[in-house]
Design a protein. Structure first.
Length: 309
């Protein structure tokens, strides 16, 4: 199985995790195992060092298992939002660092049969886990209001209602079955000048993918669980690729780093709240010029790092 993937901000992630050879680390989105392998290579199994690599995609699990062979690593099929139960099943209480590389992997995008890309014709799928309902179910069964809502909210698409209506009109004749059929319905629903400027499918495909995989729900759940699974001084590194993900991460990290919330006119603190974490960088870390030149996927990437106090 060919599984090509260039790890985004690899050095920045490794530095951000502040890896200790005898520590236990989790890569919650193993993918092609690029980050996982770099972490595992820095661990000493004799000192107790170990990596837990998690992915919900069965193809990624197979590849990660092959690529991490001989290293102090264990690959688990699951969702990073289940990290607490995964670690409990492995007999692990706390870990020293966790990495999440959000969104769709290069392999999933490049594998036409998975249905993530609007550039090649494929069945409407988009399931990261290859289980549950698919993009075909969303496109053909959701109401106008449901489609318009997810395209507007998850895709931040200003032509959401027009595109939703275009999808409904297209499926009146027969169900939409392929990515190019959906792409054509989207293109026919936006002004010609928009089609001339850029491919108008990106935001709608993103929205449907997020809905199919419940990506924001899983991230919201994971933000609390991952931090709670850290040892003191453990670090959580998260790479996001669009504003919805980054906003969730930024807000949750800010909350974890906030102390007293009493009104400013109170003479003394009565809430007793203390910061639980500290930000390693005040602003999100972005890819270097050198990486941007060779890895197109890194253009929208933002890395945020928090350390548990």
């Amino acid at each position: 199985m060919e599984f090509n993937h260039v790890s985004v901000m690899l050095n920045e992630c490794i530095n951000g995790l502040n890896i200790k050879p005898g520590g236990i680390y989790v890569d919650g989105t193993a993918g092609g195992a690029g980050h996982s392998k770099a972490i595992a290579q820095r661990l000493d199994p004799q000192a107790g060092g170990k990596l837990i690599a998690i992915d919900r995609d069965p193809d990624a699990v197979k590849v990660a298992t092959q690529r991490l062979e001989g290293l102090p690593a264990q690959v688990v099929k699951g969702n990073y939002s289940q990290i607490d139960s995964i670690l409990e099943d492995l007999g692990i209480d706390k870990v020293d660092g966790i990495l999440l590389d959000l969104g769709v992997s290069s392999f999933q995008l490049d594998n036409a049969g998975r249905g993530f890309s609007y550039h090649t014709d494929a069945p409407l799928d988009m399931r990261m886990s290859r289980e549950g309902f698919s993009a075909r179910d969303v496109v053909n069964n959701y109401s106008f209001e449901q489609l318009a809502k997810i395209i507007f909210e998850y895709g931040e698409e200003k032509y959401a209602r027009s595109i939703a209506m275009g999808i409904l009109k297209a499926r009146e004749h027969r169900p939409l079955e392929t990515t190019l059929e959906l792409a054509e319905a989207i293109k026919s629903s936006v002004p010609q000048r928009v089609r001339r400027e850029k491919n108008p499918c990106k935001k709608t495909f993103q929205a449907i993918r997020i809905e199919v995989n419940s990506e924001l729900e899983h991230l919201s759940i994971a933000l609390d669980k991952t931090f709670d699974c850290l040892n003191t001084a453990g670090r959580l590194c998260i790479i996001s690729f669009h504003s919805l993900e980054d906003r969730l991460v930024k807000q949750r990290f800010k909350s974890l780093c906030t102390g007293c919330t009493c009104p400013p006119d109170f003479p003394v603190c009565i809430c007793g709240k203390k910061p639980r974490g500290k930000m390693i960088s005040s602003k999100p870390i972005e890819a270097s010029e050198q990486e941007l030149a060779v890895n197109n996927r890194s253009h929208s990437a933002k890395l945020r790092i928090i350390e548990k106090l």
